[in-house]
Design a protein around this ligand. Structure first.
Ligand code: ASP
Length: 345
């Protein structure tokens, strides 16, 4: 780790490399990057360190040579776009510098795992597996799911067949694409689901099984690298509701944002005032991405709408559309070009 990189984390996040001597020499090397979340939490106490997480799962020694570093010790509701950028840079640097690493596991809170995973899916420039995992029950709960999820995530990261599929989310013995996965239950351990398209695979006692791969662009084929990017454009999400006066949308435009994601009703349709406000603000140059609050099915746009600066989110929910719009705005301000990015990523 360079000093420059360490100082980039000042006050935001830190990481610390600890080599944990588990795993026989011939096993694949997997680097675990701990960020915090329920997987590391004990009621009324500090979050567990990355090495404590690893030491709690001695079975890892039979799967991989596990190394661990700490990026942060925060709940995922505290994650910001700056954290996403720093984490992507850290993983890209690590994979560049260490050809012997087979894969990376990121432990993360489940609340915003979807955003972090999709951001990494679009910005990691390497084909080796990067796997996010977490837990719904704290480390001291009866039947804590963290240890099993960590073990399965490391098994996936150590599997040569897991590469080239983009960033993966592994919990509850299921392997999901970062693009399609959603947290669907506030409490249950089977909360992560790729409802419309299905999981990519499963992890069973005898090994890792893949049954499909995603079709959209990711990692090395996705948008240009963010290596030189210091900050991401501000992109708010504005939810529509019956009887909306569009005040929140107009306020955001007053802040000078380049783009806004509107979470509309079915098909991305919006209430009358929102519709009027959207045509006004897009005429003045703010880009709008229309997503839907409905769980499944695409929001379908048109070339004419895109030309006017109204982009359809397709099947991305508003919080993932926001991630893609932030990255897209680094490359273009043109509605048609951004629609093409949404159609392919
Ligand atoms: N509060 C936790 C978080 O960091 C929830 C979890 O990890 O499940 O997102």
């Amino acid at each position: 780790m360079t000093q420059g990189f360490r100082s980039a984390f000042a006050g935001l996040a830190t990481f610390l490399l600890v080599s944990v001597p588990v795993g026989a020499q011939e096993l694949p090397v997997v680097r675990v990057i701990a960020t915090g979340g329920t997987i590391a939490s004990r009621p009324g106490d500090d979050q567990l360190t990355g090495s404590a997480l690893i030491e709690a799962v001695p079975q890892l020694a039979g799967v991989a040579q596990v190394e661990v570093e700490e990026f942060s010790r925060i709940g995922s509701s505290g994650m910001t776009p700056n954290h996403w950028l720093l984490l992507a840079k850290r993983i890209n640097e690590l994979l560049d510098a260490e050809p012997d690493i087979s894969g990376v596991v990121v432990t993360h809170g489940t609340d915003t795992m979807e955003e972090t995973a999709y951001f990494l899916h679009l910005t990691i420039k390497d084909l080796r597996p990067v796997v996010l995992t977490g837990s719904m029950r704290s480390a001291t709960a009866v039947s804590a799911d963290g240890p099993a999820n960590l073990l399965t995530a490391v098994r996936v990261a150590a599997d040569t067949n897991a590469g080239g599929r983009g960033v993966l989310v592994v919990l509850n013995d299921e392997i999901h694409s970062a693009r399609d996965v959603r947290k669907t239950d506030n409490n249950r351990t089977d909360t992560f689901v790729s409802a419309e398209w299905g999981a990519l695979g499963v992890v069973d006692l005898d090994g890792v099984t893949f049954r499909r791969s995603g079709e959209t662009l990711h990692t090395v084929q996705a948008l240009p690298s963010v290596a030189g990017v210091e900050t991401l454009p501000t992109v708010p999400i504005v939810a529509d509701f019956a009887g909306n006066d569009a005040m929140v949308l107009k306020n955001w435009v007053g802040q000078g944002v380049a783009g806004i994601v509107v979470q509309g009703f079915g098909g991305g349709r919006t209430s009358p005032e929102m519709r009027r406000a959207i045509s006004e603000i897009t005429r003045e140059g703010t880009l709008v991405v229309l997503a839907s609050r409905v769980l499944e099915g695409r929001v379908i746009g048109s070339g004419q709408q895109a030309q006017a600066g109204v982009v359809a989110a397709g099947d991305l929910p508003s919080h993932k559309a926001r991630v893609l719009l932030m990255l897209a705005l680094l490359n273009s301000r043109d509605g048609m070009e951004i629609q093409a990015i949404f159609d392919t990523h």
